[in-house]
Design a protein around this ligand. Sequence first.
Ligand code: SF4
Length: 532
Amino acid sequence: MPVRLAQPSEDSVGPFNRLSASQVNAYRSCPRLWFYEKVRRLKMPQIPVLFIGRAVEEVVCRMLMESPALLVAKASHDTLSANPLDDNGVPSRTSTDPWPAERLLALPSNMCPSTIDELREWAIERIKVHLPVALESMKLEWLKNERKAGEWDTVDPDYCLEMCINGLEFHLKEVQRCIDMNGGPNLKSWRRGNRDEWPAPDARRYTLANNHPLAQEGAITLLEAWELSRPWFVDPNAGKFAMNAVHPEHWFQGEYDLVYRWDGRIKIVDLKASLGRGDRSGNYVDQLQMYAMLWWVTHGKEQEVEFLEIWYLGANKIKTIPCPNVSQMAEMESELQKMWTQLRATTPGLDECPPEPAPVRGFKEGGIAIEPPDEVRCDRCDWSQICPGGDGDDDLPLGGSIQLPGMSTRFDLTPIGELNPRMTLIGEVFTVMGLKEGRRPQVIISQGEKFAKIQFLVDSHQDGTPSWPDSLSKGDRLKLDNVVPTANWKGEIELKVDPHACVIHASSDDVGSDLMEFRARWNVTGKIGLSI
Ligand code: SF4
C-alpha cells in the first residue's frame, strides 16, 4: 500500500510532529540548520525554481492519470479533475457521486493511438495542455508568498516541457516492458476489474463492479498496457499531504512520487526537476532508502521494495539507488526512532543544535558522485548571516546592523537597553471634555500645528498625586511628564499616562521635546527567554 493513513485513536504524535526524510537530511547536514528551519521556522527565500518542481510533477501525474482510450489529445485540462474527496482531502471511498472517468465513453478505436509513437504524440499533447495551467497556478502561489524572491521571468516553459517529456519517455519504457511481458502476472486480474486497495489514480472509484471497462481479450493491447502499467502517485486533485505513508507508530512519514507495481515487484521513483548536481543529490539517496524502509515497515516487514530510482528530468537521466537489506532497514528504523525522540518528542534548544555542518559532497549531472568541492557548507547556507557558522552571533548583539536572509537592505539595530519609550513635552490644551462630569478627561493638546490625544490609563501617579490637574481649560499650558507616545490605527499620536507619568500645569521655564521627535518603531534583536 503506497498510502498508510494515521490512525487517530492511536496517534499520540500528531501530523506536525512526525519525522520526515527532509528533516533527517537537514539535521544530518547541520544540526543548527535544522534548528533554524524546524524550530525557529525560518523560511528560506522562495525562488521560482522551488515552485517549478511541483508544476512539473503535477503535469507528469495529470498526464499519467489520463487515458488515450477516453480523452482526445486536445481535451480540456480539467476533464478528470472533479474526483469526489472526503473531509481530509483523500479521494472518497464512500461517495456515490459519479467519478470523472465513468462519465466518459471509450473513444472509437480509430481515434486512439495504435503505436507507441502515436501514444507518445497523444501524451505530449496532454502535457502541453496541462503545463501552462500548472505554471500559472504556481506563479500565483509564488506571487502570494511573503518570502518570494527572484524573478518569475527566469522560468523557462520550454525547459519545463522538456522535463515533462523526459518523464514521459521513462514511463513509456515501462509501457513497452508491460507489452513485452504480455501484461505480466496481473493482466487477467486487472481485466476482471480487480483493483489494489489504493489503485493508481485514473479518475475511477476504488472498486469496480464488473470487468475493467477498457479490458480486451487475447494479447495485451497498447491501451491496456497504458492502463495496467500506470504507477501509483498522489492524486493531483487530493488535498496537500493527505496521502502520506505513516509509520505504524506514527513518528515517521513520507509521500512517494511514483510506485510501479504492475509486474508484482515494487519500484519507488522520485521525480526531480533538476540536473542532479551538487550536495543535495546525496540527500536524495538517503531519502529513497528511508522510503524503502517505510514501505517494508508499513507492510508488516514482509514486503520489500526491489528498485529505487531517481528520475533527474533536467538531465534526462535515471539514477538507480541500491535497496537496503532487511538488517540495514531494521538498523535505519531504530536510528530514526532515536532521532525522533531526540528532536521531536521534546524540542531541543539552540545549544543542543550546534553549528557543526557536515562536509559538502560532490555530485555531477545525473546524481553521479564525484570528488567533493573545495568549499564549506556555511558558504552557501541561507542562514550564514545569523549563524555563528557564518557572520552571526548567538549572543545578543549590541546594536550594529543586520541583513536578513532574502532581504537586500541592512537594518540598524538598537540595543534594547537604550530604548526610551517615554518623553516629556509642553503643549497647549486644544479641547477638553469629561472633566466636569467627574470622568477621566479627554484632552487634545497642540504644539503649533501639531496635535496629540492624551489617554489617561490611571487616575493617579505612583507617588499618589492625581494624574491630571483639577482644572483644565482651552489654552492652558501643560507639562506632560514621562508620557508614553504611541500612534493609533488612524495614525494619530496618543500620549499615554500610566502610573509613571503625569500631567501638570507648566511653569514659564519648563521645556520639553517636540511632538515629532518621538519614534514608534525600532529594529532590535533578542532571544526569546520564555514563551507562554
Ligand atoms: S551557516 Fe553553517 S553552521 Fe550555520 S546553519 Fe548554515 S551550515 Fe549550519
